[in-house]
Design a protein around this ligand. Structure first.
Ligand SMILES: NC(=O)c1ccc[n+]([C@@H]2O[C@H](COP(=O)([O-])OP(=O)(O)OC[C@H]3O[C@@H](n4cnc5c(N)ncnc54)[C@H](OP(=O)(O)O)[C@@H]3O)[C@@H](O)[C@H]2O)c1
Length: 437
């Protein structure tokens, strides 16, 4: 029997939301997408509501109330988890499928970021693949790029715009002149942001993804504990305008770097020079910038979410299962994955953007300069502006923006605390890091 004569592989799909329903449509339209010549069919499905409309006829598939029972069913060959969340039923179902010796494909970044090492150990003990291409950058192949194409390189750093919702919000703020909360409301109305936006705007979704990429790039386990996360909540239109005047764009950048001293994994609003490729990724796009020893600088960009692109990435993993995917889940067998030393964030050096709103009176600039000098923080540029009219600030203050030369963050935070205590400050200083990528 040739491969194409074999009976189709039976998929169990848990989760029929944005991605699950799109996968059902893709497989029912073209179950022979795998280059191995074998095909797949959907056999069993599970979701919360049996009667919810799915945009496709799902009545022909076996219905499972419990995704864990679907994961264990002898009538499926591959389990596809598209529920989401690091705990609960998604985790239980993935563990059950692996325990039962079934290959697992998932788009669940939270699950892999938090439990990837234990799941990898289980998958490898059972001799089955655990694949998660869709978990990072949706339809843009970031996982395969780092795990496979760059396997022989030594990756020094990865920086990405990994959350489309945040990038959409920042782009809209910049283009429309609306505030963060106005744009967030619009994004929720249009379906670009969840009703509870914490995971996205709090930076956690991007952090899940950079934790996974760091594991693949640096050869360790996903290490959620090392991630330092700051979201978009504090980004003002004023900062977007002032950063623009200085030749920068503000993006929520997820970055991981490895040096001889250790590894850092961080998400925070970051000023990028206008000519940096990441600065030009607008709207809901995702983008990734990688620096490797041999490959040098590399940039990819594409859809980071959405039903079609994400389902296509899930299907690509299913094709890999059919092709006999055998590599370890991360870059080494799970038993050999060793945690790298985490660098203390406050000991890292960065250039900083510091924005102050001060009383418009003599001596203010001198007192700020003196304070910075006492802290040993060296200024690169100093700019005093009128409050842009478009920002609609009613404080009556005057914005001052300064950028610093690279300094360790503890020095920068100390200087900010001392400047913030000056009597001429109207609002607390706002600091953002300037990218050195
Ligand atoms: N959306 C994207 O563009 C995208 C991109 C990349 C990765 N991902 C990842 O893909 C996964 C799915 O995302 P999604 O956007 O498709 O989510 P979603 O639209 O919210 O769909 C989730 C699905 O899971 C089902 N579900 C929830 N709790 C369940 C339970 N206890 N038992 C059985 N089924 C349950 C829901 O059932 P009901 O429909 O009946 O409520 C729904 O069908 C997540 O891990 C997400 O992070 C999504």
């Amino acid at each position: 029997m040739t491969r194409s004569d074999r009976p189709p592989h039976r998929l169990g799909v848990a989760g029929l939301g944005t991605v699950g329903a799109a996968l059902v449509k893709l497989v029912s339209a073209r179950g022979d997408f795998a280059p191995s010549g074998e095909s797949v069919v959907i056999s069993g499905i599970s979701a919360r509501s049996r009667s919810a409309p799915r945009g496709a006829d799902v009545s022909c598939y076996d219905w499972f109330e419990d995704p864990v029972a679907l994961a264990r069913s002898p009538d499926i060959d591959i389990f596809v988890e598209l529920i989401g969340g690091s705990e609960g039923v998604a985790r239980a179902a993935v563990e059950a499928a692996l325990q039962a010796g079934k290959p697992v494909v998932t788009a669940n970044k939270a699950l892999i970021a938090h439990h990837g090492a234990a799941l990898a150990a289980l998958a490898e003990a059972k001799g089955v693949p655990l694949l998660f291409e869709a978990a990072v950058m949706g339809g843009t192949p970031a996982v395969k790029l780092v795990r496979e194409a760059l396997v022989a390189d030594q990756i020094h750093s990865i920086a990405g715009i990994l959350n489309g919702t945040c990038n959409y919000i920042l782009t809209q703020m910049e283009q429309s002149g609306s505030s963060f909360s106005q744009v967030l409301k619009q994004a929720q109305a249009l379906g670009y942001a969840e009703a509870d936006p914490t995971t996205d705007v709090g930076g956690f979704d991007a952090a899940h993804k950079i934790v996974i990429l760091a594991a693949l790039a640096f050869g360790g386990p996903p290490d959620w504990g090392v991630a330092e996360v700051e979201g978009l909540e504090g980004v003002d239109l004023l900062d977007i305008r002032l950063a623009g005047d200085l030749g920068y764009r503000i993006k929520l950048v997820a970055a991981a770097a490895k040096s001889a001293e250790g590894v850092s994994v961080r998400v925070h609003p970051t000023l990028l020079p206008l000519d940096h490729p990441l600065a030009r990724a607008d709207g809901a796009l995702n983008a990734l910038f990688i620096q490797g020893e041999n490959t040098g600088r590399m940039f990819i960009q594409g859809p980071g979410a959405g039903p079609g692109p994400t389902a296509a990435a899930v299907a690509a993993d299913i094709a890999d299962v059919l092709a006999g995917a055998k590599r370890p889940v991360f870059q080494r067998p799970a038993a050999q994955l060793a945690r790298a030393r985490a660098l203390v964030p406050k000991a890292l050096a960065t250039k900083a953007y510091i924005r102050l709103i001060v009383r418009d009176e003599p001596g203010v600039i001198a007192s700020v300069s003196e304070t910075l000098a006492e802290c040993g923080l060296s200024i690169d540029s100093f700019l005093q502006k009128h409050m842009p009219e478009s920002v609609g600030d009613a404080s009556g203050g005057v914005p001052i923006v300064l950028t610093t030369h690279p300094a360790v963050e503890s020095v920068i935070f100390d200087a900010i605390a001392r400047i913030g205590a000056l009597p001429t400050m109207i609002t607390p200083p706002r600091m953002m890091r300037i990218a050195n990528i």
